[in-house]
Design a protein around this ligand. Sequence first.
Ligand code: ADP
Ligand code: MG
Length: 350
Amino acid sequence: MSHIDINSAVKAYGSLQVIHGIDAQIEDGEFAVLVGPSGCGKSTLLRMIAGLEDISGGEISIGGRVVNDLLPKERNIAMVFQNYALYPHMTVAENMGFSLRLQKASKETIRTAVDRAAKILGLEQLLERYPGQLSGGQRQRVAMGRAIVRDPTVFLFDEPLSNLDAKLRVKMRAEIKSLHQKLKTTIVYVTHDQIEAMTMADKIIVLEGGNISQIGSPLELYDHPANRFVATFIGSPSMNILPATVASEKEVVLEDGQVLQLENSFPASRKVNVGIRPEHLSLSHDGELYAVVELVEPTGAETLLNLRVGKTEILASVKERVDYETGTPVRLTFDKGRHHFFCDDTGEAI
Ligand code: ADP
Ligand code: MG
């Protein structure tokens, strides 16, 4: 069993608190992704789980055992970093077996463990090569092999794909996910890339400024964001946010004065934000939302329309191949079940 319980975890560097009392549970065998913008505390929290940073307050346990005071090597975890720094003078096999050699494991044990990891990762043909003779993706795979060899109960990844080019990142993303399906080991994976989080995670933990913003499955976060931060962070392009004022139980008024018929149960004159994803907007001659074209970006698969509603810039991702001059008025419709309301002040979903 290697579930992870994080209870009121706090991290402070001197008087500067950067993790503000976080609670999260990661189930045994789960692929959990910690995601959030740069500086929100992802690496710090991961390093607290690893034992590379001490915990200023609260408790972290792995497999039911409190690890606050255990050394990293006593926690039975393996970590893969962005800078995976293989030893250049060692072969792939030697790099992968290095931690076992440090533990004075027998040659036989090391060979068995390295062969097993090499087989899982498809590195069998590369074991005698040196890191300098490998591609970026192969090097990344060796770094994962080094972690697998240790047969940990938890894998911790900190932005392991950030140094790879876009195409390779997509490929390695799939490889790590299928690795998890083979090994079924608990994974905590840090990334600032919401697409990585969406495509890989069983559970996403969204961090913002050292606090948890929301925890849920990828589609729960997409369908039911708890606040404006998660709504605009998850999903690409970002959800459009339209400031509005409630007129009645069936109507809201946008900033430019146009009225949208939206069922709501809020008191009149309450300020709200209406959230609509670009992919839920479509062009329609009798659409209820009036906008003006700023820019048209064809991607081939779809067309991205940069639009303006009053002073608010929005995006619509539409199937049609259209081409409009800047300033052309258009009308849009949207699926009434798929809009969101947020409190204008707090950003909480309402
Ligand atoms: P992320 O990985 O999400 O980009 P980090 O966990 O690295 O963010 O950092 C979270 C916050 O903690 C940042 O504001 C960072 O400046 C601060 N921080 C990280 N390490 C230290 C340190 N050793 N001393 C002081 N502040 C730190
Ligand atoms: Mg980081």
